[in-house]
Write a protein that binds this ligand. Sequence first.
Ligand SMILES: Nc1ncnc2c1ncn2[C@@H]1O[C@H](COP(=O)(O)OP(=O)(O)OP(=O)(O)O)[C@@H](O)[C@H]1O
Ligand SMILES: [Mg+2]
Length: 253
Amino acid sequence: MSLLSLQNLLKSFGGLVAVAGVSFDVDEGSIVGLIGPNGAGKTTVFNIITGNYRPDSGDVVFDRNDITGRATHAIVRLGIARTFQNIRLFQNMSVLENVLAGCHCRANAGLFSAMFRTPRQRSEERRAVEHAMRELAFVGLEHRHDNQAGSLSYGNQRLLEIARALASAPRFLILDEPAGGMNEQETADLTELIRAINDRGITLLLIEHDMNLVMQICRKLVVLEYGAVIAQGTPADIKRNPKVIEAYLGIDC
Ligand SMILES: Nc1ncnc2c1ncn2[C@@H]1O[C@H](COP(=O)(O)OP(=O)(O)OP(=O)(O)O)[C@@H](O)[C@H]1O
Ligand SMILES: [Mg+2]
């Protein structure tokens, strides 16, 4: 069953057509890779899904609800979380505080109890910290919880963004170049982490330039070029698709 369905999405910036009629589906429980050359429109598609951009036309259907153009916080509440191509952390805050920022959309305590720190507020805070620590342990960063986010290596900052996204308890996780800036070992660990996230029942859509990674873990690949889908299918299909080889993969793939 399709969890996310993109139907004929179109988005222009001035005269530039960044997304030119994109349609594809992501099945519940699967891992789908969105690949394509620089400037192909991949991140713009993500920004449309997460409500950062409203498409000029077309629909985003999530779990059979039309969510096109809804506010980003409403989309997070529906169970869609993301990481960013250009890491967006609170660099001067601690690792734990960054993950807690991901939990806050789920906290129920009102302003009154926040100001006077009622027992309910305190117990909610404690639960949020436990929850955040569990997600930090899941990505392997629990021992760094007290450090400033900005002191982490680039690869660990990417993991921290994943922990923050997981803290909102998503059904659907969108990763924009998660292996960007990672070395070979970090990328291998990330591959296992993405599998473990999927084993928790979370559906994933990822943009990634590391072909080895996407070929290993994706059930389906969608290839964008100049804002349009030029191919979609299993990694094996995509590897031998002549249009893809010409547009993107090159002769060594
Ligand atoms: N907010 C914006 N304003 C103007 N142009 C934009 C904006 N966002 C994206 N673009 C343009 O839209 C096109 C697609 O950009 P996008 O970031 O979606 O590509 P991408 O496939 O993610 O590329 P990369 O692999 O380099 O991240 C590019 O030409 C980009 O310059
Ligand atoms: Mg991008």
